[in-house]
Design a protein. Structure first.
Length: 94
């Protein structure tokens, strides 16, 4: 599992074409926006759940878990096959 912290308005690029942004964090709720090929496709609302609840993203066999929230920071866990790249958006200058 890849574990990364994100603040509101920070995101990831998945496989070079899918963008996942954190648009809001309130309490234990994290709202994320998924864009494929630059187009808004849908918003994902993830609720922190200590029972290990996961959210599947697309058909890429990837799941995202909200592991912890603290103020404006969410700790997210990604389970994905090794051939799927997950890069912090700021590293690619996007």
């Amino acid at each position: 599992m890849l574990v990364l912290n994100r603040k509101t308005n920070e995101g990831f690029i998945i496989n070079g074409s899918t963008e996942l942004n954190v648009v809001g964090i309130k309490g234990t709720t994290v709202v994320m926006e998924l864009k494929e090929n630059g187009k808004d496709t849908h918003k994902i609302t993830a609720v922190l759940n200590y029972e290990g609840r996961k959210i599947a993203v697309g058909n890429s066999y990837m799941t995202i878990s909200v592991l912890h929230t603290s103020g404006t920071i969410a700790r997210l866990g990604f389970d994905a096959p090794k051939d799927i790249s997950i890069v912090r958006k700021e590293l690619l200058g996007k």
